[in-house]
Design a binder for this molecule. Structure first.
Ligand SMILES: CC(C)(COP(=O)(O)OP(=O)(O)OC[C@H]1O[C@@H](n2cnc3c(N)ncnc32)[C@H](O)[C@@H]1OP(=O)(O)O)[C@@H](O)C(=O)NCCC(=O)NCCS
Length: 203
């Protein structure tokens, strides 16, 4: 099956890229693409994020209205939103949310072009990862990342870049990206006075 054929199948049957992984203590974590019915869980996740995580992670607002907008327009043609879900006493709960755009955003493309690294929206992809505060630094991000890298490769993606780069002061994220094979290729100020790194991974 070609990557394009797989992508067509995934759009019709998102569960094809679902998986169950486990924390070091054996607790299972379900990884699966966001579905329209996840609106309550996604909103709960957004509202749970602390100011510190929101300061580091800014692809969109984190409120119920945004969760509703996202869940009412699920379309895996362009964007996969991978959730990590645990089952607790209160039912299912989202504990990580990774956005993978199957393509390149305009402002990221522009910065990379200025670095002399032309990106290709047909074969490159863009990542924006987040983990619930109380689960950060416990290996969950790496569990999701390994799965998403595998998915991106199977869908024929050749390189992955970070949505809007990463803040130069975000030591954990920088360590995390290096651990998964990303290289720093440039830096830029956004907003003025705040340094960010552009990092890229060959898949
Ligand atoms: C960045 C993020 C997605 C990583 O997910 P995670 O579940 O915390 O990642 P992991 O636990 O798998 O790995 C974190 C690594 O950083 C290390 N780390 C933790 N704090 C660190 C710090 N202050 N400096 C350097 N490394 C640090 C951990 O030891 C671990 O490395 P190791 O596996 O080599 O021991 C998550 O922390 C997060 O959502 N952060 C807030 C939002 C954010 O910054 N998003 C990225 C925006 S670009």
């Amino acid at each position: 099956m070609t990557p394009d054929e797989l992508h067509t199948q995934v759009c019709a049957k998102p569960e094809l890229i679902a998986a169950t992984v486990a924390f070091r203590d054996g607790t299972p974590v379900v990884l699966r693409p966001l579905a329209a019915g996840d609106v309550q869980m996604l909103g709960d996740y957004f509202l749970s994020l602390t100011a510190e995580t929101r300061r580091r992670y800014g692809p969109h607002p984190f409120d119920r209205k945004t969760a509703e907008q996202i869940c009412s327009s699920v379309d895996l043609t362009d964007t996969l939103r991978m959730l990590a879900i645990i089952h607790g006493d209160g039912g299912e709960r989202v504990i990580a949310y990774f956005i993978l755009i199957l393509g390149i955003r305009d402002d990221d493309a522009l910065r990379y072009a200025q670095l002399g690294i032309p990106l290709d929206a047909r074969t490159d992809c863009t990542l924006a990862p987040s983990v619930a505060d109380e689960y950060q630094s416990k290996g969950l991000g790496s569990l999701v990342m390994r799965h998403l890298l595998d998915v991106a490769r199977k869908l024929g993606r050749k390189r992955m870049v970070l949505w809007g780069g990463t803040q130069a002061t975000n030591d954990r994220a920088i360590h995390f990206y290096h651990k998964h094979g990303f290289h720093t290729v440039g830096q830029f100020e956004e907003p003025p006075g705040f340094n960010n790194y552009d990092m890229i991974l060959s898949l």
